[in-house]
Structure formats: structure tokens, C-alpha cells
Design a protein around this ligand. Sequence first.
Ligand code: SF4
Length: 86
Amino acid sequence: MEAEERRICRKCLIQDMPSEYFETMREYIRHLDPEIKTEQREYERRLALCRECESLMEGMCRICGCYVEMRAAIRARRCPGTENRW
Ligand code: SF4
């Protein structure tokens, strides 16, 4: 019997992963207080930059250990990379 191959998607965000795994996190982001939440267009801009970044691994930033969608959803948070992409 062949061993099941584990697929790793370096450029995936949790929004691309099976919904049951991360639904709680997505729910949390959806219900963030608008006072602290990143505006939608800026949120999407941040995530597009993460998708292009070598530090993204399965939805997580390898520099800070955060899920990037969680980090990007808070307006005051910044990219922790040396290039400060957002
Ligand atoms: S270093 Fe910045 S751009 Fe790269 S994955 Fe982390 S948060 Fe995203």
C-alpha cells in the first residue's frame, strides 16, 4: 500500500483550506470590532503581499508564527518581516 502523500501549499491562506479546520478563526475575523479591524481593501492587499512572500507557509508567517489572516485583520498590526511589506 502506498503511503498517503501529504501536500503542502506554501502559498495558501486558511481561506483556501478545508473549512472545518479554520472556521472558528474565520468567525473571529468576521466579528472583529470595526474599531480595530482592517478595512477590507487593505486586508486583501495585505494578504496578496503575503501570498508573494517566501515566509508564508500554510497560512502562517514563519517570522512571527501568526496566521497571516489573523495578523492582517488587525489594523494596527504590521508585517514583521525586514521588508515590512505592509
Ligand atoms: S513576513 Fe510579512 S508578508 Fe511575509 S508572510 Fe509574514 S506577514 Fe506576510
